[in-house]
Every structure is written in C-alpha cells, then in structure tokens.
Design a protein around this ligand. Structure first.
Ligand SMILES: NC(=O)c1ccc[n+]([C@@H]2O[C@H](COP(=O)([O-])OP(=O)(O)OC[C@H]3O[C@@H](n4cnc5c(N)ncnc54)[C@H](O)[C@@H]3O)[C@@H](O)[C@H]2O)c1
Length: 391
C-alpha cells in the first residue's frame, strides 16, 4: 500500500485570544465606570453573566439596577433573570458549584442567541470561579468562539480560576468534565470584592494563595506561615500583595504552557486528592479551596512516604495548613459523615474517583509533589502508596 501526505496549516483558531489584558483596580468598586465609560456607539454587545448572590451585593446595585427597567420594576433578582440595558443583556444564574452545569452554560448561550449576539459579542462573567469558568466556556462555544472578559469576585477566582483560559462545567457528578481552553481577552481585578465574601469562601481562596506560594514564592509562603491571622484581616496589605504575586506567578506559567502539557500541571498541587474529595462528598459540600488544602496535606504525606521530602518539610506544610483551620488528617470528616468509619473503604472510594480524573493519562495516577517549598516534582504513584496516605 502506498500513500500521499498533506499538511493543512492553520492560523490560530480564535483570533483575539492570544493575549490577556489584566487590570488591577484600587478603591471603591464601580462596574459602570469599567464597562460604560466609553462612547455608547463604540461598545460591542455584551452578555453579562453573574449569579444571584453576586447580583444582590450592595456594591453591584448601581450596576444591576440599570438592567431592571427604567423604574427598576423588573422582577427581583433571582435565577433566570434576564435584563436589558441598551443592547446589553444581564443573565443571572443560581449561585455555587451545584449550578456549574451544562444546562447553565446552555442558558448563557441561549440568552446570547435570543439577544441576537454575533461572534463579535463579548461575554462578561462577573462572579466566582463557577461563573467565570462557565461564561468563558459559553463564549468559547458560541458561534465557534465569541469574546470574553472576566470580573472575578472571589479571592479564588482572582488568584486562580479567572487566569489562564481553562473553562468548563461539571458533568455526571464529576468536576470540570466538559470544557475548553479559551483565555479571556480582559480580566478586571477589583480586590474590594473580597470584603463581602463569606468567611468560608475567603478561606477557600486563601488555599489557592497558599498553593501558589508553596509552588512559586517561598517569600510569600513564609509571610503566610507567620501570619495566618490574615484570615481575619482582609484589609491587610498582604492580601493585595498576595493577589498580585499569585496572578503574576500563574501568568508566567500559562504563558509557557497554556494547554497543560507540562509545567502548568504543577498548579494542580493538592488537586488530585482535592477533586476526589469534592466529588465524593457531593459537589458543593467541601469548598474547592478546602478540598485543595486537604489535598496539599495528603500530597505532603505522599512526598514524605516516597522519600521526596523530609518529615520536617511535610510537618511544616501540614502545620501551616492546620493554622489556617484546614483539615490535614488522612480521613476527612465529611467522608466519614457520608460513608461511615471504614477507613479502608473511604480510601478506596477516593482512589476510584482519582482514577476517573481527566488528568490521568493511563491507569497510573499522576501527582504533583514537593521536595521543598518551590521545588516541585510530577510523578506517577503506585496505588498502595496513595491508599497509605488516605487512612
Ligand atoms: N479555570 C480554572 O483554572 C480554575 C481554577 C481554580 C478553580 N476553578 C473553579 O472555580 C470554582 C470555584 O470558584 P469559587 O470558589 O469562586 O466558587 P463560586 O464561584 O461558587 O463562588 C463561591 C460563592 O461565593 C459567592 N460570591 C462570589 N463573589 C462574592 C462576593 N464578592 N461576595 C459574596 N459572595 C460572593 C458566589 O455566589 C458563590 O455562592 C470551581 O468550580 C473550580 O473548579 C477553576
């Protein structure tokens, strides 16, 4: 048999997604000035997407009210609300991980379609990681790729979820099973959003901050280690400093490896364990950050077990995590609550969930482990070692 070959060479698939412009804002939050200061005629059509909690924030009232009709008579803010402001649309979805569904993504797509959106439309996600992930995903599939801007409103989405172009939604009870790589063109970071976060959400974001510090900034890690009180001190300048360090660190990584072929995998420190925990406790029971923090403790134990790091390093990491109030024990209390006290069975349940995780290319499960702060290794680990640190 003989054959001929031919290459088809393409330009980049999504023009306009080859760079992301990030702006950090200080002081009072004002979305009207961010999105409505330019001449009306020059503005593209925008599909703003947020959730019920964010839409109800006092700091957003002046923005959301414009979408409620001239006399603000439009129905109260609830999931499914669709309001108009000139040619722009605001869609409000339910809040939290249980709403990170393909149905929500399709609701965004349908809203844009019903509003006559074209590929030139800009999808603007205003919210935590759930909203930013889904809005960017909807933008990526709408007419094969519209535009996307993000306004992360949780600490977690500022330092992690909104940065780096990973989009998607959960499916079939598993996290982020559907999605795409589609970097936002602009990201607007307003740290003052943090002030209204419930404490557990703030702590959840802090887990990604600690993760980034462990991976890329020994200096920041030391500061966090010395000052876990940052959990009760949101206005401390260290918070703003940490946000910038994390954004810059993640930006550097995704510039080199947007589609997670190599170094971007490091950002999954604690995530293989954490995602399994989140999925198996029932999505939404353990916050993403709390899952990741517990996962980092498991990764520290696994690193020690495999002889990659010293016991001192593993203990240092675990005591830092514990000082922030995170669970560091092998068996998470939420697993016991759901599955009873059989530790062997709990370990197996988590192992099976990890096997299903999309990040595993073969039967073996790959982990991000550390030799020390700032010294990270990626390695496949035999099942018996994984089970050993889960009970
Ligand atoms: N794409 C990525 O690279 C990436 C990285 C990390 C996490 N994620 C995803 O991010 C999601 C978690 O994000 P999250 O922790 O922001 O969760 P979230 O989006 O569910 O937000 C948490 C809660 O806080 C509320 N909220 C948001 N902003 C608020 C504010 N300023 N004040 C008061 N309440 C506010 C939300 O309504 C929600 O109820 C997960 O689905 C995870 O998979 C994605």
């Amino acid at each position: 048999m003989t054959f001929e070959e031919k290459d088809i060479i393409y330009p980049p698939v999504h023009p306009g997604t080859d760079r992301t412009f990030i702006r950090f804002y200080d002081g009072e939050l004002d979305l009207n000035s961010i999105f409505y200061s330019a001449e009306k005629d020059t503005l593209p059509k925008r599909i703003f997407v947020t959730d019920t909690t964010v839409a109800s924030l006092a700091s957003l009232k002046g923005f959301v009210d414009f979408f409620r009709g001239e006399d603000f008579s439009h129905p109260k803010i609830e999931a499914g609300f669709i309001g108009k402001r000139g040619k722009d649309i605001l869609l409000i979805l339910g809040a939290g991980e249980p709403f990170k569904t393909i149905e929500s993504v399709l609701a965004i797509v349908k809203t844009a379609l019903d509003a006559g959106g074209q590929r030139s439309a800009v999808f603007v996600g205003i919210g935590g990681g759930v909203i930013t992930d889904m809005t960017a995903f909807a933008a990526s599939i709408f007419k094969r790729g519209a535009h996307c801007e993000l306004v992360p409103t949780t600490l977690l989405s500022m330092v992690d979820a909104a940065i780096g172009g990973k989009t998607g939604c959960d499916f079939d009870s598993y996290k982020n099973m559907i999605g795409s790589f589609f970097p936002a063109q602009k990201i607007h970071i307003c740290p003052s959003f943090i002030e209204s976060l419930p404490q557990h959400e703030y702590r959840s974001g802090m887990a990604e901050v600690v993760k980034t510090a462990l991976l890329y900034s020994p200096e920041l890690y030391e500061k966090l280690e010395k000052y876990p009180e940052i959990l009760n001190d949101r206005k401390n300048p260290l918070v703003g400093e940490a946000i910038r360090i994390c954004v810059n660190a993640k930006a550097k990584v995704v510039e080199q490896d947007l589609t997670e072929k190599n170094i971007r995998m490091q950002l999954n420190l604690g995530h293989t364990f954490g995602h399994a925990l989140e999925s198996m406790c029932g999505l939404g029971v353990v916050t993403h950050g709390d899952g990741v923090a517990w996962g980092m403790a498991r990764a520290a134990d696994l690193s020690q077990r495999l002889g990659l790091c010293t016991k001192e390093h593993a203990n240092r990491v675990k005591s830092c995590l514990a000082s922030f109030g995170w669970e560091t024990e092998p068996v998470h209390p939420e697993m016991k609550k759901k599955y009873g006290n059989n530790e062997e069975e709990i370990a197996r349940i988590l192992l099976n969930a990890m096997k299903k995780d999309k990040k595993n290319s073969s039967d073996k499960i790959r982990f991000i482990l550390q030799e020390n702060v700032g010294e990270t290794v990626i390695t496949e680990v035999p099942e018996q070692d994984i089970l050993a640190v889960l009970k």
